[in-house]
Design a protein around this ligand. Structure first.
Ligand code: FAD
Ligand code: PYC
Length: 415
């Protein structure tokens, strides 16, 4: 048992400290400024302090900490991607997830469920077989399974043949998991603050400052004043294009809403996470018993987090084919986040042409699972000035080289 939990259990008085330290005054300058206090920015701050001893760090967020896509995502964690670069990267994240509760001293409710990606066509079966082979080659546990085994793992799902797209097979990824997304942000924030990192919610970055020749970053303008820094990391998810634009960088990114919803809680009914790219739906059951559900991205770029009836109608037309029993279950909440979509469905990570300015972007609909590995690799990159080996393939320059890392079929639930 981690020592922190033991101390907590044996303490005479309630030992929990404040949720976050009180926001300090903003200093004139820091060694490192991180724009964006979502999971990625906070994880990078913690790894900078923990792995590299860089503690003069300020995390600036225009809203509250962890209130962006980290708060809005459906918390699916897996590494069953398609490209060797992608699989290796996400597999490292899985390693970090497993003991994150103990490292951060917070229960993130990490729950390994197994992940099933359904195949409804011969073409999809071929893609699943391909993914399984790439995964196995990199020691990631994935296999192609057939309807009898699918029925054993998900007995409450309909495998009827009398539908337009019957389930033919599935890619089964036993390590697939879910976690409590908010606790992940809180855990990184509190652990980083314990190491001396400053957390500054309600502090929007409105401009970037550069040297007279425009070659290197020198600071940021914020709604609370100017801050000097020679190393700045942006980790702002749906706002990646806007913030990079302040640095004169043009990203190959479109910002598109992604919606999701959650049902009233029920007793345990569905153990694995189920995804169907052909039906554009996915579902898992949270620790609280709610069905967490989502589907394809909205049809056009937009900076708005409104919910639509179209989304719900499209989602349930297909969801009820697989789970007719859900037809009477009330939906409790529906919401959206703005996702920064890249052409190849892989992230953009590393140094940029502006010296000292680093980017962690292009996380679209797939970045929650990468939170720990982004923290680790971006901290390494900022601390050393060199891209971590695991992110070299995700450099912004790959688009100019026509060297994309195509993950479309594996990263999304359809566009
Ligand atoms: P965020 O958590 O969005 O943090 C960025 C922060 O930057 C925000 O808090 C914002 O306020 C701040 N910011 C923006 N502009 C500024 C500025 N100018 N100044 C200061 N601060 C600024 N991924 C998965 O792996 N699995 C899933 O199941 C999954 N499901 C998803 C479901 C939905 C509905 C959505 C919307 C996304 C989903 N994702 C999923 C993707 C995932 O949520 C994101 O990729 C991930 O959370 C990105 O984390 P982040 O820390 O980069 O961004
Ligand atoms: O990345 O696995 C994922 C995912 C599922 C739904 C949205 N993102």
């Amino acid at each position: 048992m981690p020592l922190g939990l033991l101390k907590y259990g044996l303490a005479r008085r309630y030992p929990a400290s404040r949720h976050f330290p009180i926001r300090p005054p903003l200093k004139d300058g820091y060694d490192v400024v991180i724009i964006g206090g979502g999971g990625h920015g906070l994880a990078a701050a913690w790894h900078l302090a923990h792995d590299h001893g860089v503690t003069d760090v300020a995390v600036l967020d225009k809203g509250y900490l962890g209130g962006g896509n980290t708060a809005r995502n459906t918390a699916i964690i897996r590494s069953n991607y398609l490209t060797p670069e992608g699989v290796a990267f996400y597999a490292r994240s899985m390693d970090l997830w497993r003991d994150l509760s103990a490292r951060l001293r917070i229960n993130i409710l990490y729950s390994q469920r197994g992940h099933l990606t359904l195949a409804h066509t011969d073409a999809a079966v071929r893609t699943m077989r391909w993914r399984a082979e790439v995964n196995k080659h990199l020691d990631v546990d994935s296999q192609l399974i057939w309807p009898d085994e699918i029925a054993r793992l998900a007995p409450t799902m309909s495998l009827s043949r009398s539908v337009r797209y019957p389930v033919l097979a599935a890619l089964y990824h036993p390590p697939g998991a879910i976690a409590r997304h908010d606790a992940v942000a809180w855990g990184y924030a509190r652990a980083a603050a314990r190491k001396g990192v400053e957390l500054h919610p309600q502090t929007e970055v409105t401009g970037l400052l550069t040297s007279p020749d425009g070659s290197r970053i020198t600071g940021v303008e914020t709604t609370r004043g100017t801050v000097r820094a020679h190393r700045v990391l942006q980790a702002v998810a749906g706002y990646s294009g806007q913030v990079a634009g302040m640095a004169g960088l043009k990203l190959p990114i479109r910002s598109i809403p992604l919606q999701a919803c959650v049902s009233q809680p029920l007793k345990p009914f569905l153990d694995p996470i189920i995804v169907s790219g052909s039906l554009h739906i996915y579902i898992s059951q949270s620790a609280r018993g709610e069905f967490v559900m989502g589907g394809a991205s909205d049809p056009y770029p937009l900076y708005s987090t409104r919910s639509t009836l179209d989304f719900k109608e499209g989602l349930f037309a297909h969801m009820l084919e697989l789970f007719p029993a859900l037809s009477e279950v009330p939906i409790m909440r529906q919401w959206a986040g703005i996702t920064d979509m890249t052409p190849d469905f892989s992230p953009v990570m590393g140094p940029t042409p502006l010296e000292g300015y680093y980017i962690d972007a292009g996380w679209g609909t797939w970045g929650f699972k990468a939170t720990p590995v982004c923290g680790e690799t971006m901290a390494h990159t900022v601390a050393t000035g060199r891209p971590h080996p695991l992110i070299e393939s995700f450099a912004l320059s790959r688009f100019a080289r026509f060297d994309q890392v195509g993950e479309k079929g594996a990263a999304s639930v359809g566009q």
